[in-house]
Structure formats: structure tokens, C-alpha cells
Design a protein around this ligand. Structure first.
Ligand code: DGL
Length: 271
């Protein structure tokens, strides 16, 4: 496929969570057009098998390729952990970036004293050991301690991010992390950055950096596009959103999260 500077960037997630990546990309690459797909009919992915996640993800990749994107950003950790290679193969010459690689890079770059990184994510992400493998590829001497925190996704969807249930859930999941001298904790799920403040006050440890991969993938995208001469120099890019169900709810949440009104969210039937 011919890639041009004026082509859009495609970003996708199982639902709304990938908007954290959209926000960072809008900030560091304001001239880029963005096409976002949120699979709202089939979220959550984190409790599904890798075969199912792969099937859904390849359908979305197809959709984005038909929109002639110049890069695909996998904003969903579960997708990145389950089937990145298959997406890369399908995308051909369209470059694919993902949040697991981005988060691992950011964490490995700051590890210093203890050489220990913590990772939290969905059952699928933690079960795949994707973060561990990606971090060890960058620096084999780093140790990784991971744990799945599946309840945090429905809590985030409900908006319960700092009430007593959220605080108690964080405590139950993360208690054993507190005994470990972590240099960094990766929030390896699109929904977890919403708990950043609660997690940070739970640890109350200024020596431990909390990493969410959204900023990191945005920076990687900028470097990639500029190295390929594909940066869009226009003043303000367009943002178009597609979902597989319930566009009105998505639109309201997205506008609140991005702090701006957006074009009408369109429904695409993936079945
Ligand atoms: N987007 C998923 C992830 O980052 C979380 C939500 C889900 O389970 O689909 O792993």
C-alpha cells in the first residue's frame, strides 16, 4: 500500500480505554488525522482466549487497512500480548506499534537500583508473559514481577476509580507488590491509568515510577513517522471514531475524556 503523509493513523482497542493513546497522540502529533476503532460490542478482551482476540483483532486490522492508514497503533495491551505478530503480517508495509513494546521500553529505560519492574494487566496479558519477554529482550538482567488484576476493568467502566471499593480492590491485588523494591510499575491495561492516583497513594513511594504506555507509544509514533518522512504538517488533524455497538455512550464518554466535541461516532458491524 502507498503510504503518504496525509494518510490517517489508525488506533484500536477493545473499547474506550485506547482513548488514552488517542489523547497522547493528539498532544504530540496535533496535525495527524486519526481513525479510532473501539470494539464496544465485544469488550472485554482480557478474559477471552487468544484465538478469539486474534480473530477480532484481524477483522479490525482489515477495517483500518481499508481506511488506508499509514500506521496502526495497537492501543490494547491484551491484543498486543496475544497477536501482535499476526497483525504485523496482515498489515504488510503499514508499520504497527503497540503499547506493550512502548511500555516495556519506557520502564527498561528508567530501571536503576533494584533492577525490578512490576507489571499489572488483564489475565490474558499477564498469562502471555508479553511484558516480561519484551523487557528481557531489551535488558535480560531485569526481573519482572507480574499480576493480573481483572476486577479493575469493570470498576473503571463503572467509574469507580477512587471510592472505597476501588481502594480495597487495589489493596487486595497489590499488597504483595508493596513488599518488593520496585523501580517501576507498568500499568499494562488501558483502563488502569484511571487508577493512577489511587495506586500512587497506595504505594506512597516516590522512588517507584508508575508507567502508562500512552505517552511512550505517541513518542515512538512521532519518531517513526518522521524517520519515514510521513509526518502530517497540517495545523489540526481530524478525528474519526468507529465502534461496533452503542455509539452514543461512546461519544459522550470520549468527549468527556478528550475534553472536546468529536465527529459523530459511526457503528460498524463486525459480525
Ligand atoms: N483494553 C484491554 C487491555 O488493555 C482492557 C479491557 C479488556 O479486557 O478488553 O488489556
Amino acid at each position: 500500500m502507498k503510504l503518504t503523509a496525509s494518510s490517517p493513523i489508525g488506533i484500536f482497542d477493545s473499547g474506550i480505554g485506547g482513548l488514552t493513546v488517542v489523547k497522547s497522540v493528539m498532544k504530540s502529533l496535533p496535525g495527524e488525522d486519526i481513525i479510532y476503532f473501539g470494539d464496544t460490542a465485544r469488550v472485554p478482551y482480557g478474559i477471552k482466549s487468544s484465538e478469539t482476540v486474534k480473530e477480532y483483532s484481524l477483522q479490525i486490522t482489515d477495517f483500518l487497512l481499508k481506511k488506508k492508514v499509514k500506521a496502526i497503533l495497537i492501543a490494547c495491551n491484551t491484543v498486543a500480548a496475544s497477536c501482535k505478530n499476526e497483525i504485523v503480517a496482515k498489515a504488510g508495509n503499514v508499520p504497527v506499534l503497540d503499547v506493550v513494546t512502548a511500555g516495556s521500553k519506557a520502564a527498561a529505560a528508567i530501571v536503576k537500583k533494584e533492577n525490578l519492574i512490576g507489571v499489572i494487566g488483564t489475565l490474558a496479558t499477564v498469562g502471555s508473559a508479553a511484558y516480561e519477554n519484551a523487557i528481557k529482550k531489551i535488558d535480560p538482567s531485569v526481573s519482572v514481577y507480574s499480576k493480573a488484576c481483572p476486577m479493575l476493568v469493570p470498576l473503571a467502566e463503572e467509574g469507580w476509580i477512587d471510592n472505597e471499593i476501588a481502594v480495597k480492590t487495589i489493596e487486595l491485588y497489590l499488597n504483595d507488590f508493596r513488599q518488593k523494591p520496585l523501580d517501576a510499575l507498568i500499568l499494562g491495561c488501558t483502563h488502569y491509568p484511571l487508577f493512577k492516583d489511587s495506586i500512587s497513594s497506595f504505594f506512597n513511594n516516590p522512588d517507584m515510577k508508575i508507567i502508562d504506555s500512552a505517552d511512550s507509544i505517541a513518542e515512538m509514533t512521532k519518531e517513526l513517522l518522521s524517520s519515514k518522512n510521513l509526518l502530517n504538517k497540517s495545523e489540526k488533524g481530524l478525528f474519526n471514531c468507529y465502534v461496533s455497538d452503542k455509539p452514543q455512550r461512546f461519544q459522550a464518554l470520549a468527549e468527556r475524556f478528550l475534553g472536546q466535541s468529536i465527529n459523530r461516532v459511526e457503528v460498524v458491524n463486525m459480525r
